[in-house]
Design a protein around this ligand. Sequence first.
Ligand code: NAP
Length: 266
Amino acid sequence: MFTPVAGRTVLVTGGTKGIGKGIARTFLEAGARVAIAGRDPDLGAAAVSDLGTAGGEVAFVRADVGVAADVERMVADTVERFGNLDVLCPNAGVCPDVRVVDMTEEDIDAIFATNVKGTMLAVTASVSELARSGHGRVIITSSITGPITGFPGWSHYGATKAAQLGFLRTAAIELAELGITVNAVIPGNIEIEGLDDPASDWRQRLASSIPQKRLGTVADIAHAILFLATDEAGFITGQTIVVDGGQILPEWPLPDSGSESSRGAA
Ligand code: NAP
């Protein structure tokens, strides 16, 4: 049985929608106190209202994670509201679409500001509070894109998601002596609000390429993060866990269900 995370304080950047909101909901259902951060106060208020019934205690803190002063205030506001900080989930991320041949300096700076600088600033601003908790946890949301796979339009995005993992491996070593673990989840394709038409051909083709024949849910990601936040995961650091229904495994297009493989043994 895992030691409950009830009463622990969790800060989720990008917690106002998508995967971050799912992370917040799962921690709230486990009885934690959760601060969700984002840039849009209206989105933040709507998320607090929606998450309010999940259990625990939730608050919105406004911050652009690419701006150091915002991130310092985000952590200070969280600690002022809840008294401490046990778990940091640097999850805020953007995924614009641009081909290498069209990419500008602004495209590169903008995505690195949120996905890489935002992750690193959140960790550096949280270190002293996480150390004070005695069981500090950092759990980063990376992606299969970059560390493992590629896709047209996402070269800069993939670079940021791989950079997060480069950061975490040395951060895990340095922060070990402060009792802080640093790990990452690596999601495959996840159902979030605003994704294309549920019945679209694109979605069906994507699902059929995944061994489990479905996209992931935000809860799939959140439960892996919840595990890494437990006391029982305290000896795991500097690691990544892929949560993708087997998406990265096939070395050849999967045969349709029920049909025989179209290719002989390798
Ligand atoms: P999403 O639905 O677009 O949500 C992004 C969240 O991040 C929002 O709360 C947004 O709020 C916030 N955000 C964006 N830029 C920010 C900034 N500069 N400062 C503070 N907050 C910011 O995205 P998502 O799909 O859930 O993605 C969340 C994370 O999962 C990302 O790191 C992404 O790379 C990763 N991921 C997603 C998938 C997927 O299939 N969805 C797959 C692999 C990895 P505001 O806009 O109000 O700031």
